[in-house]
Design a protein. Structure first.
Length: 220
């Protein structure tokens, strides 16, 4: 470290906890499915749905680097960013880059699709969902098929995400992993630190997300 750089708090605790808890829950969901522990599989899906709802709220009301308005750009801008190849500015970027922002959106979409379709599939099997009796057979079959499709797409997206991290680490010499653990990143003095909101707001939003998830579980 020299006088022209400093450690900056770029990722708040809530964003980091969501990232690692979601990672652990996806792995646990796969393990419980393979071991045929379906009751635990369903419970993990419920917790994951709560986290996903929280991440959406946090993307609107959370810290600056977690907000969708901060890192989402047009698809064209993301493609142009990727086409620049080695001409990145990793030392000056505070949060997600344009391509990384779209990866966040894709992963959230696939995780939502997997959890919501899983809720219906589980209720259809147990005959406890309020929509189970009124939904046509072809709807139930389609949702069950989507549950598998979403999972396959999610695995592919995760693999692409891990590959991107490896490329950034080896080729571009930019560590994306450690900042998501520690929350801090070495940046030039001229780069402004992002605004970090209070944990009280995070607690309120996770409570609201849990209530919303419980409602969805009962409805689906």
């Amino acid at each position: 470290m020299n006088s022209a750089t400093r450690m900056v708090h770029v990722w708040d605790a809530s964003t980091r906890l969501f990232h690692w808890l979601a990672t652990a829950l996806v792995a646990a969901a796969y393990a419980t499915w393979r071991l045929n522990l379906m009751l635990w599989h369903e419970r993990i899906g419920d917790v994951l749905l709560t986290l996903l709802l929280f991440r959406v709220l946090w993307g609107v009301f959370g810290s600056e680097t977690a907000r969708f308005s901060r890192f989402l750009v047009s698809p064209r801008a993301a493609v142009q960013y990727l086409m620049r190849g080695q001409r990145y500015e990793p030392a000056r970027r505070v949060g997600h880059n344009p391509a990384g922002g779209w990866m966040v959106l894709v992963l959230l979409f696939l995780l939502f699709g997997e959890t919501l379709s899983g809720l219906y599939v589980a209720n259809d099997i147990a005959d406890v969902g309020p929509f189970t009796d009124i939904a046509p057979a072809w709807v139930a079959d389609t949702i069950a098929a989507l549950h598998t499709i979403f999972w396959d797409a999610l695995v592919a997206a995760i693999a692409l995400h891990l590959l991107a991290i490896l490329v950034y680490t080896v080729a571009l010499r930019q560590d994306l992993l450690v900042p998501m653990i520690t929350g801090t990143k070495l940046l030039p003095q001229s780069v402004a630190a992002p605004r970090i909101v209070s944990r009280t707001r995070a607690i309120f939003l996770i409570a609201a997300s849990a209530a919303a998830a419980a409602t969805l579980v009962k409805c689906l």
